[in-house]
Design a protein around this ligand. Structure first.
Ligand code: G
Ligand code: MN
Length: 247
């Protein structure tokens, strides 16, 4: 409890922004917001969020991270760029969540529902999502292909976007079984009218294998690492300068 409280109180949270790339157009279309904890013990963010949930502060910590992330919308980000924030089902159904999102442009927010949590009652989650989606917030199911609940999420929530887990991306160029599974999810997305984003792309040949399967959007170290907001802004202004020189 004291560790989580001090992370919250001492403003030890920062946000890294990782570009989500349109592969054919070779440009970022959005940024995924990833929380980073700049304090002891040094560990990955999932461990911080798990521990916060254990002491009853999971929702509070997630809301704090989302609020910090969305500040970027008031920076000079291009208007057509969206921000993707991660939220657990418990956070989505909390009263503070809709309140927090209310002050931001809905069409620039993608909500990534994480895979890990079991959802006891999808109706409660659907009810919380309905007004947000009606305003234009898009919904993504994160980590698809990594576990049981992502498939349940996809069936119940009918997301706008399915994010292929990096466990599927890793070595997809070398593994026919991974290609077959990704291909099934890509076909599912076509049949149900949603979009695919491949996560965790680390090599050119992984990207090529995904492109050959029909994936148009991707994210990963090969394309761009998570970076501070200033870095993302520089990348974006650099790209638009290049584009206007070509034009
Ligand atoms: O569960 P979710 O997909 O939101 O988690 C994304 C995590 O994966 C972040 O912590 C991010 O830093 C990390 N990440 C992003 N791109 C890559 C990648 O290409 N390879 C690996 N190993 N990790 C990545
Ligand atoms: Mn995510």
């Amino acid at each position: 409890l004291s560790r989580i409280k001090s992370a919250l109180d001492d403003k030890n949270i920062s946000i890294a922004y990782q570009p989500i790339w349109h592969v054919a157009q070779n440009r970022p279309i959005g940024l995924e917001c990833l929380a980073r904890f700049n304090t002891e013990p040094r560990r990955t963010p999932d461990l911080w969020f798990n521990e916060a949930a254990e002491v009853g502060l999971g929702v509070v910590l997630e809301l704090a991270a989302i609020e910090l992330a969305l500040c970027a919308l008031s920076e000079t980000l291009p208007d057509d760029l969206y921000l993707a924030v991660n939220a657990s089902p418990a956070t989505v159904v909390s009263p503070g969540f809709a309140e927090l999102l209310a002050s931001y442009p809905a069409e620039r927010i993608v909500l990534e529902i994480t895979e890990h949590a079991h959802v006891p009652d999808y109706d409660v989650l659907l009810n919380a999502l309905k007004p947000l989606r009606a305003r234009g917030v898009r919904l993504a199911v994160d980590d698809a292909g990594s576990g049981y609940s992502s498939l349940q999420h996809i069936l119940h929530l009918q997301p706008d976007i399915i994010k292929l887990d990096m466990a599927l991306t890793r070595n997809i160029d070398l593994d026919p079984a991974r290609r077959a599974l990704a291909s099934a999810l890509i076909q599912f997305a076509r049949d149900t009218g949603c979009r695919i984003i491949a996560e965790g792309v680390e090599t050119a040949s992984e990207l090529k294998a995904l492109k050959d399967l029909g994936v148009e959007k991707a994210q990963g170290y090969y394309l761009a690492r998570p970076m501070p907001l200033e870095g993302a802004l520089q990348l974006l202004t650099g790209m638009s300068a290049k584009k206007s020189r070509v034009a």
